[in-house]
Design a protein around this ligand. Structure first.
Ligand code: ADP
Length: 463
């Protein structure tokens, strides 16, 4: 193995909020200097002051587009002498043009290659890769459907209910359930128009709609030399509108043989595509415990924390070390093989957001007047702008702080998460804490039997 190690002196984080802080911390511990970029709107957000240097993005661009402004970000990285860029999640993290721009300018992109992002970047091509790697997928088609006649014919073959999906959709958007043939044409036309507007093209495919499956995903880590390991699974079935609310690891309520199949499928697919760095393979598991691959996320995820807690592996540090060229079996990363990844205990992450559960989860904005955390034994807090005086801006996602518990048993982790939620005092903005407490207290959650429509099927969570 011809190893090429290029240690970083300085890394720019092309992101904001909690994930920017999370990456700065990993860099700090590795003795690497940190650079923050921020929009004009984020001038007073705390994340930028957690970096060694910070630079304002183009104020003309607006709060979101500033973080998508590849040219300015590359210019800042070059002028401050950053060796590498960590993209976090969202924004440019899955954009192959950004990866190429980094490479053209001699900056290391901390993540997989542009080719891989192209190959796995949309849901159709990741389905095609899964078929090649003999990984089970949901019954449906692995190509975009453009005309009404075909969509009706294919839906008849699959059998209703079906799901129309935008190949480039993400963040829980771009999916439609169609229950009846008579609704198909209208839904199909709307899906195409919506996809074009939101995701830039009208590539729509169709698959069977599974009723109430579990969402199980596998964290993987690969180096530049073809070595891949998994860091066990996460159960992310507690969702609202296809977006995750509470996640935990490991996925203990799935039978062992299904979990093994999911682990083996994940490693096989990751090897087939030559994956490197951290990534996640997502699966749905139906009531009969059949597992189907749905997509791959080539980046760090919000819920990576629970995998860190059960394995003791700092995934963000591993990402950085892999990008520097260290193999998994190096002293620095210390994962010589799959057997060396141990799973200890249970971990639960609750996403505390500034959303009002009593008002259809409407995001709230304003200044936090009181912020007292619920921490203590077995609780880790990964926060963004959560502090007294912190301003919650309307432009960005409403995640305030992630509370992550770890305990020897799942019941113990539930108790710790509940205790932390009850200790938290956040005033000045509304939060979803009362709702999270109801989820954690619910028998279905405690038994590990949550499924993706649990929240919409359980009105008492809103009491
Ligand atoms: P995104 O890229 O927007 O996150 P995913 O493909 O990961 O979308 O799916 C998100 C969620 O949508 C899943 O966890 C699941 O709850 C639901 N979902 C996706 N496909 C199906 C399906 N075929 N049947 C039932 N639910 C589905």
């Amino acid at each position: 193995m011809n190893q090429q190690i290029k240690p970083f002196k300085k890394v720019l984080v092309a992101n904001r909020g909690e994930i920017a802080i999370r990456v700065f911390r990993a860099l700090n511990e590795l003795g690497i200097k940190t650079v923050s970029i921020y929009s004009k709107e984020d001038k007073y957000s705390i994340f930028r002051s957690k970096a060694d240097e910070s630079y304002q993005l183009n104020p003309e661009k607006g709060p979101i587009d500033a973080y998508l402004d590849v040219d300015t970000i590359i210019d800042i990285a070059l002028s401050c002498g950053a060796d590498a860029i960590h993209p976090g999640y969202g924004f440019l993290s899955e954009n192959p043009d950004f990866v190429n721009a980094c490479e053209r300018n001699g900056i290391v992109f901390i993540g997989p290659s542009a080719e891989l992002m192209n190959a796995m970047g949309d849901k159709i091509s990741s389905k095609q890769m899964a078929i090649k790697a003999d990984v089970p997928i949901i019954p449906g088609v692995d190509y975009a459907i453009h005309d009404a006649e075909t969509v009706v014919k294919v839906a008849d073959e699959i059998g209703y209910p079906v799901m129309l999906k935008a190949s480039n959709g993400g963040g829980g958007r771009g999916m439609r359930i169609v229950n009846r043939r008579e609704d198909m044409l209208k839904e199909f036309e709307e899906a195409k128009a919506e996809s074009k507007k939101a995701f830039g093209d009208d590539k729509i495919f169709i698959e069977k709609y599974l009723r109430g499956p579990k969402h199980i995903e596998v964290q993987i880590l690969g180096d530049n030399y073809g070595n891949i390991v998994h860091l066990y699974d996460r159960d992310c079935s507690v969702q609202r509108r296809h977006q995750k609310v509470v996640e935990y690891a490991p996925a203990f309520s799935i039978p062992d043989n299904t979990r093994q199949l999911i682990f083996e499928s994940s490693i096989r697919l990751a090897k087939e595509v030559g994956y490197r760095n951290a990534g996640t393979l997502e699966f749905l598991v139906d009531a009969d415990n059949n597992a189907y691959f749905i997509e791959m996320n080539p980046r760090i995820q919000v819920e990576h924390t629970v995998s860190e807690m059960i394995t003791g592996i700092d995934i963000v540090q591993a990402q950085i070390l892999v990008a520097e060229g260290y193999p998994l079996d190096s002293e620095e990363i210390a994962i010589p093989n799959q057997e060396s990844v141990h799973c200890t205990g249970y971990s639960i992450q609750t996403r505390v957001t500034t959303e009002d559960p009593m008002n259809n989860f409407l995001p709230d904005t304003g200044t936090i007047s009181v912020y007292r955390t619920g921490s203590g034994n077995g609780i880790r807090l990964d926060g963004g702008n959560a502090h007294t005086g912190g301003k919650i801006l309307p432009y960005y996602d409403s995640l305030l702080v992630k509370a992550i518990s770890h305990d020897r048993t799942f019941e113990g982790a539930v108790r710790k998460s509940l205790r932390a939620m009850k200790e938290m005092r956040i005033r000045g903005v509304k939060t979803n804490i009362p709702f999270l407490i109801n989820v954690l207290n619910h028998e279905v959650f405690k038994s590990g039997k949550c499924y993706t429509t649990f929240i919409e099927d359980t009105p008492e969570l809103f009491n």
